[in-house]
Design a protein around this ligand. Structure first.
Ligand code: NAP
Length: 420
């Protein structure tokens, strides 16, 4: 069961197990990995209990005694604040840094007091530059569109740049006045209203290319048909437009043998994809929102900038049944954190009623990332079967005819039963 690591974090002893290491940005997974988890606030408590049982059952079913996760609780959010008077204790960060791959429930963003979103802090501290959101349909989930099964995409959203970099200046401040003077002196003929606030949108070649690299590598390793660069380059040429150009450049320089641009595909191959090649294409963001509704099956992996990705991933999730079952991950070169995409829904906390699907499917995504695809497939199959049996939590039951409403814990029971 791995070595004994004689250490404590937040006063808790590290369980017996082994560390996940990283080679060229990819995890090397031992048979008994130590995986830190943050239970999450509010509904996180119910969801974590249910999800952990599903994860352990899937791993046991897939690998018997050979593999097992050594779960290790680390604290963040309200639980950390109650116990240690800190929202994000240093010990929790050190544990995540040491063990590399973690999973978390939703965290309360403390309002006021200048405290930053804990999720944003984690992304920045560990340079988790790729927000990965797979969006697929599970048969039977109520959806607002006619053919939700046609959408099956994985969205890679750049996580560290763009208007999310936090460089903002409020209207009327001396800083914004200074900035306006500088901009007007260098941007010929441009005028900015003096009562403007200003936000800065940095998009770098480094940030864009490492994100697109991950998206292309993912597409190659999973045998996907295309990677679409989503941008607003028709308007923002040196940020969004540059993202597109750097994306194409990267594909050509690093993946020439495995990729072909859409332009070349039509110029040189009459639109027929040469065998073994992935098509690299690009779409303007507003068009992409239409395309995922009107021609969803023409898209597979999407790579995009931070703001576009934020909107697009929730819009796509809504199309296949909503945030309650949308998984997510934030991935860097030496760390990855898998997480629920919804919040803490405090009014349902500790009532054992909420849908644990988002964390359960985030765990399935984590196992896929770790190379434990048998566990991933078991979870996906059993989750899909449970929905088709119409055994669901309140949020889905209220939208389905003839469904049986079950508690969070009972939903997990049914998934586990369906693994058999
Ligand atoms: P929320 O917690 O996501 O909840 C909003 C509504 O979404 C719920 O009332 C519920 O709708 C539905 N919902 C959310 N999760 C669900 C699930 N697992 N199953 C079924 N329905 C679900 O959003 P919020 O109320 O805006 O935010 C509450 C707190 O969460 C805030 O402190 C916010 O900062 C934080 N937050 C954290 C994260 C994160 O940690 N990743 C993300 C977003 C927000 P119905 O009442 O209609 O059933």
């Amino acid at each position: 069961m791995g070595q004994v690591i004689d250490k404590t974090y937040n006063g808790l002893k590290v369980p017996q197990g082994e560390k996940i290491t990283f080679e060229n940005g990819k995890p090397v997974t031992p048979d008994h990995p130590i995986i830190p988890f943050i239970e999450g606030d509010g509904i996180g408590r119910d969801i974590w209990k249910a999800s952990k049982r599903v994860f352990d059952a899937a791993v046991e079913k897939a690998y018997g005694d050979k593999k097992k996760v050594a779960w290790f609780e680390v604290f963040a959010g309200e639980k950390a604040h109650n116990e240690f008077k800190e929202w994000l204790p240093k010990d929790s960060l050190d544990a995540l840094a040491e063990f590399g791959v973690g999973i978390k429930g939703p965290l309360t963003t403390p309002v006021g007091g200048g405290i930053r979103s804990l999720n944003v802090s984690l992304r920045q501290i560990f340079d988790l530059y790729a927000c990965v959101r797979p969006v697929r349909y599970f048969k039977g989930v109520p959806s607002p569109v006619v053919a939700p099964e046609k959408l099956d995409v994985v969205i890679f959203r750049e996580n560290t740049e763009d208007v999310y970099s936090g460089i903002e200046f409020a209207s009327g401040t001396p800083e914004v006045k200074k900035l306006i003077e500088v901009i007007e002196s260098i941007a010929e003929g441009k005028k900015i209203r003096p009562d403007s606030g200003i936000g800065i949108k940095p998009i770098s070649k480094t940030g864009s290319q490492r994100l697109v690299r991950r998206a292309v590598e993912y597409a190659i390793s999973r045998g996907k048909s295309s990677v679409t660069l989503v941008h607003k380059g028709n308007i923002m040429k040196f940020t969004e437009g540059a993202f597109r150009d750097w994306g194409y450049q990267l594909a050509e320089e690093e993946f020439a043998a495995k990729t072909i641009s859409e332009e070349k595909l039509w110029d040189e191959h009459d639109g027929k994809v040469p065998s073994g090649k992935i098509v690299i294409k690009d779409r303007i963001a507003d068009s992409m929102f239409q395309q995922v509704l009107t021609r969803p099956d023409e898209y597979s992996v999407l790579a995009t900038t931070n703001l576009n990705g934020d909107y697009l991933s929730d819009a796509c999730a809504a199309q296949v049944g909503g945030l309650g079952i949308a998984p997510g991950a934030n991935i860097g070169d030496n760390c990855a954190i898998f997480e629920a995409t919804h919040g803490t829904a405090p009014k349902y906390a500790d009532k054992d009623v909420i849908n644990p699907g988002s964390v359960i499917l985030s765990g399935a995504l984590m196992f896929e990332y770790l190379g434990w695809t048998e566990a991933t497939n078991l979870i996906h199959d059993a989750f899909g079967k449970t929905i088709q049996q119409k055994v669901v939590t309140y949020d889905l039951e209220r939208l389905m005819d003839g469904a049986k409403k079950v508690k969070t814990s009972e939903f997990a029971d049914q998934i586990i039963k369906n693994m058999g």
